[in-house]
Design a protein around this ligand. Structure first.
Ligand code: GLU
Length: 303
């Protein structure tokens, strides 16, 4: 079965979503563990307005507002609390640290939820000033956008139902139904014939998780950091297999030709890694869902 943006597929997702909500709760109700919104969050020291020859930054400074693209359905990484509409998680902290060095307080940030399949177009169109959302740096994407980082390295893994012992790693996927996300690198990987998996392609990770809980697929694949967040939400129902099979270095995405912005963001990342903000934020967010802390290598690459 391969679902992709058809009316029938939409109806099916809605039906499955309704089932999952009824029996488990959208985000941590009915006895589930914390939704992922209850994590470390801080306001960082705001620098005096820097003079940087960046068209994107100049526009943001004139508007006194920075628009940052993020994820909303990744607990402990980029998560929007449905009750308060507040965003939280590791990527949100990274976004705020960098914003502070560019002269913007948390209050001046407008977070915009942007899913994986529209990241490059959203960035190139100028609909966001930069993007922080589990965004793997690779050469193909570098043709369209610029990257600062890597500020973290994840790896594609598998999320399965807790009682399913048949999936022991990527080699055990022959004939299995695996869900992943349009426009993501783990989807491209899992489509390779060597895995022999039947792929289901959806727009949001949370939709894949709902279909998994409902039995519509056997596994969800994406970065381990993301999957651990879902498993931490529902430890009675889900587990991460724990055999990563790709490398996913995370970068902050921005307009391709804005080198001044790229350099400023790279420097901001390095400074917050050095002054300890990065580690504190990591331990209070991603660290809570079981991803081990590894200090990122500095200096970060510049190009
Ligand atoms: N890091 C992978 C990617 O950038 C998967 C996670 C995501 O879709 O954001 O495609």
């Amino acid at each position: 079965m391969r679902i992709r943006k058809t009316a029938a597929a939409g109806a099916m997702v809605l039906a499955l979503a309704a089932t999952a909500t009824a029996c488990g709760g959208e985000s941590g109700t009915a006895g589930d563990k914390p939704a992922g919104g209850d994590v470390f969050s801080k306001d960082y020291k705001v620098a005096a307005t820097p003079k940087i020859d960046s068209p994107v930054l100049k526009k943001a400074q004139a508007a006194k507002k920075l628009v940052i693209g993020v994820k909303a359905d990744q607990p402990f990484l980029g998560f929007k609390d449905p009750g308060t509409d507040k965003y939280s998680g590791f990527d949100i902290e990274i976004a705020k640290m960098v914003a502070a060095d560019l002269g913007f307080s948390t209050k001046q940030i407008q977070f915009k939820t942007i899913d994986s399949n529209v990241r490059e177009t959203t960035i190139s169109n100028g609909d966001v000033d930069y993007y922080v959302g589990t965004y793997t740096i690779n050469d193909e994407r570098k043709k369209q956008v610029g990257f600062a980082g890597p500020y973290y390295t994840a790896g594609a893994d598998l999320l399965v139902r807790k009682d399913d012992k048949s999936i022991t790693g990527p080699d055990a996927l022959k004939g299995k139904k695996v869900c992943s996300i349009t426009g993501s690198t783990p989807l491209q990987e899992i489509k390779k014939p060597k895995y022999g998996a039947k792929t289901t392609e959806l727009g949001k990770y949370s939709d894949c998780v709902k279909v998994l809980l409902d039995g519509g697929v056997d596994a969800v694949t994406t970065d381990d950091a993301i999957l651990k967040g879902y498993a931490a939400q529902r430890p009675e129902k889900l587990r991460v297999v724990g055999k990563p099979f790709t490398k996913e270095p995370y970068g902050i995405g921005m307009k391709k030709d804005d080198k001044a912005l790229r350099d400023a963001i790279t420097k901001a990342l390095e400074d917050h890694i050095k002054n300890g903000d990065y580690k504190k934020a990591y331990e209070g967010t991603l660290g809570k869902s079981g991803s081990k802390y590894v200090a990122p290598e500095t200096p970060l690459p510049r190009y």
